[in-house]
Design a protein around this ligand. Structure first.
Ligand SMILES: *Cc1c(COP(=O)(O)O)cnc(C)c1O
Length: 395
């Protein structure tokens, strides 16, 4: 790699310093925060013995999630990947099917497809949102698919294309209305990967509530955490019932009998984790407000950083700004890596976007569209420290 010092790298670090000050121990990318009733609720689980798969906090967490997102139903599960796995199964996705996903995403988006025995099919993203590009999607589907007896067929592979999974990158909502329109024209269900976008809205409506099903993640690095956890969102009561059933071993309700009528999953969220989640949700608005203050400050200061572009929420959207990001105006993997190493050496934990999924060995031979924008974004995106508490340093 080229190690020549880059003026852009010093600009980058000096902006971070201007916003956050000099790091004493270093600033990590995103830290969880436990400043409310977390300890009290978790202690209560332990004191009462209700630590495991049943307990009041699971129900309470589901109720609060549904209220907050205005989804009719939320089903809490053990993590976001499990939520996605079940959501895909509920849409009838199975072995040999192809599922459209962005190549620019976290590996879980593809893994959940593979867990169904299905095959990820990668489509390009747009610079407008960092998510799936509705125009590229429509063009690709027009050119490479045909209507067949079993649904939409990929004319190159002969396989059925069975669904679309848009993902709201770093919390920025995708153009979900346009994507739903394209999906509708081709008869495909939409499962929203809203793992990163709790607290993000597209035209006033919460992300994850537009598709047939949506999923959230509460991993330790997300906007709120349950340690590990996830949820399935849906407005369809029958799908919600099935999601609960399939994630809790498909047990017929009975006072003592164990009778299960399907090969199902133990994807339950333990009560302990749900307790943490309830406390985290109580402070979500405050967390988001402080994250937005930090974003404002970054936005202001990055304006004078030539060569760098601060990523802002898309038009008509309200983003949770889960991870703040900048883009190199001239995409270059080597320049990106110099900025990353310079910033990390200076104590600012910064990360590139994910390696594009079609470049990972297990997905390298999957079908894909042309991915010029995803390639450009991969070579230009850098995530910068985004924890809510950093807002207090940045005044
Ligand atoms: C975090 C995340 C998930 C789910 O992750 P879990 O760690 O399984 O909760 C899924 N998709 C995306 C895009 C994510 O960022």
């Amino acid at each position: 790699m080229d190690n020549t010092p880059l003026p852009l790298a010093s600009t980058f670090v000096s902006v971070l310093q201007q916003v956050l000050g000099a790091p004493e121990k270093g600033f990590s990318l995103h830290e969880p925060e436990f400043a409310g009733n977390e300890w009290k609720y978790v202690k209560e689980c332990i004191d009462t013995g209700w630590v495991s798969s049943i307990g009041k906090y699971v129900d309470e967490f589901e109720r609060c999630l549904a209220t907050y997102t205005e989804a009719k139903h939320a089903v809490a599960v053990v993590n976001g990947t499990a939520a996605q796995h079940i959501a895909l199964l509920l849409m009838g996705i199975g072995p040999g099917d192809e599922v459209i996903i962005p190549s620019l995403s976290f590996v879980a988006t593809a893994n959940a497809v593979a867990h169904c025995g299905a095959i990820p099919h990668f489509v390009d993203s747009t610079e407008r949102t960092l998510g799936l590009d509705p125009e590229a999607l429509e063009k690709h589907l027009k050119q490479t698919t045909e209507r067949a007896a079993g649904g939409l067929r990929n004319t190159l592979t002969g396989r059925r294309i069975a669904g679309i999974v848009p993902m709201h990158t770093f919390g920025h909502p995708v153009e979900i209305t346009e994507l739903l329109e394209v999906a509708g024209r081709f008869g495909l269900p939409v499962i929203e990967d809203a793992a990163e976008s709790l607290g993000s809205y597209y035209q006033g409506r919460h992300t994850g509530t537009f598709g047939h099903l949506g999923i959230l993640s509460f991993n330790g690095n997300k906007v709120i955490t349950t340690g590990g956890g996830g949820a399935i969102l849906t407005n369809d009561s029958e799908l919600a019932r099935k999601a609960k059933y399939l994630t809790t071993t498909a047990k017929r309700p009975h006072r003592w009998e164990f009778f299960h009528d399907e090969i199902a999953y133990n994807y339950r969220l333990p009560n302990l984790n749900a307790a943490l989640g309830c406390a985290q949700l109580e402070r979500l608005e405050d967390t988001l407000a402080r994250k937005r203050q930090l974003t404002e400050r970054y936005r202001e200061v990055f304006q004078s950083a030539h060569g760098l572009h601060f990523v802002e929420e898309p038009k008509d959207c309200h983003s949770n700004y889960w991870l703040n990001a900048v883009r190199l105006i001239d995409p270059s993997m080597s320049a990106r890596d110099i900025l990353l190493s310079t910033a990390n050496d200076a104590g600012f934990q910064c990360r590139p976007a994910w390696t594009l999924l079609h470049k990972l060995p297990m997905y390298a031979s999957c079908p894909r569209a042309e991915l010029p924008t995803a390639e450009k974004l991969e070579a230009s995106l850098i995530n910068i420290p985004s924890s809510a508490y950093l807002a207090e340093l940045s005044r």
